[in-house]
Design a protein around this ligand. Structure first.
Ligand code: 13P
Length: 251
């Protein structure tokens, strides 16, 4: 399996011209790196333009709604994303949970709907600083996974990807060591094994995200046992992002 490196651009950059430029540079730089599957998740308005740029890079969205169509002002459905050549969609990112009040129930509906549309959901889980300090990390991860995947059968989870992102390590340079992350990566697989099967737990890709850069990327994948990375800030700098790709596959 190729190492999966996902760029979450979040609400950046602020113009289509910049987005096209960044996408072009990332594409050029990543062309020779065959051992990694590169996914770029730009803001919705840029997806159309990226669809038309012949590319080895796969496209993903940063969110989706759970209905196919209808009177849901401001929302984007998984089917629309499929139409824009997206293969992936990030669901349950901590910023969506935090700023937009997304509950585990909402996330569950979104995951089901994405799977039905044959999009790969990148299902984000992770504890806050407070939860970590109270020793609740395992409890939080277990609850997020169980609720997020509630009512989904093993034969329906094709394409599902888990992303462990400790909320306290996102966007601030605070580092969750690869050893600490590894323990939670393994624990997440254990939950999957209990919910479904150990076969699925082995098969399901688990990514790490949270202040990943070109200096620490390799450790999470090579030492921490993660199948890939979900990169925020560092994915907005083409050179840094290509360095991350290189460091991970050349190891
Ligand atoms: P940073 O890499 O900026 O910490 O963001 C991580 C993230 O939230 C990716 O989804």
């Amino acid at each position: 399996m190729k190492t999966l490196i996902v760029a979450n651009w979040k609400m950046n950059p602020s113009s289509l011209a910049e987005a096209n430029r960044l996408f072009g540079l990332v594409e050029k730089g990543s062309k020779k790196i065959k051992k990694a599957e590169v996914v770029v998740c730009p803001p919705f308005p840029y997806l159309l333009s990226m669809k038309y740029q012949a590319s080895s890079i796969k496209l993903g969205a940063q969110d989706c709604f759970w209905e196919e169509k209808g009177a849901f002002t401001g929302e984007v459905s998984p089917l629309m994303l499929k139409n824009l050549r997206c293969n992936y969609v990030i669901i349950g990112h901590s910023e969506r949970r935090n700023y937009f009040g997304e509950t585990d129930g909402v996330i569950n509906k979104k995951i089901k709907s994405a799977l039905q549309a044959k999009l790969s959901p990148i299902f984000c889980i992770g504890e806050t600083w407070q939860e970590r300090n109270k020793g609740k990390t395992r409890q939080v991860l277990k609850s997020q996974i169980e609720k997020g995947l509630s009512g989904i059968k093993e034969n329906e989870v094709n394409g599902l990807i888990l992303a462990y992102e400790p909320v306290w390590a996102i966007g601030n340079g605070k580092i969750c060591s690869f050893k600490e992350a590894q323990v939670m990566g393994f624990y997440s697989r254990e939950i999957i094994a209990r919910l479904f099967s150990s076969l699925l737990a082995k098969k399901i890709p688990v990514l790490y995200g949270g202040s990943v850069n070109s200096k620490n990327a390799r450790d999470y994948v090579r030492e921490g046992g993660f199948d890939g990375l979900l990169v925020g800030g560092a994915s907005l700098n083409d050179q840094e992002f290509i360095e991350i790709l290189r460091s991970v596959v050349n190891a």
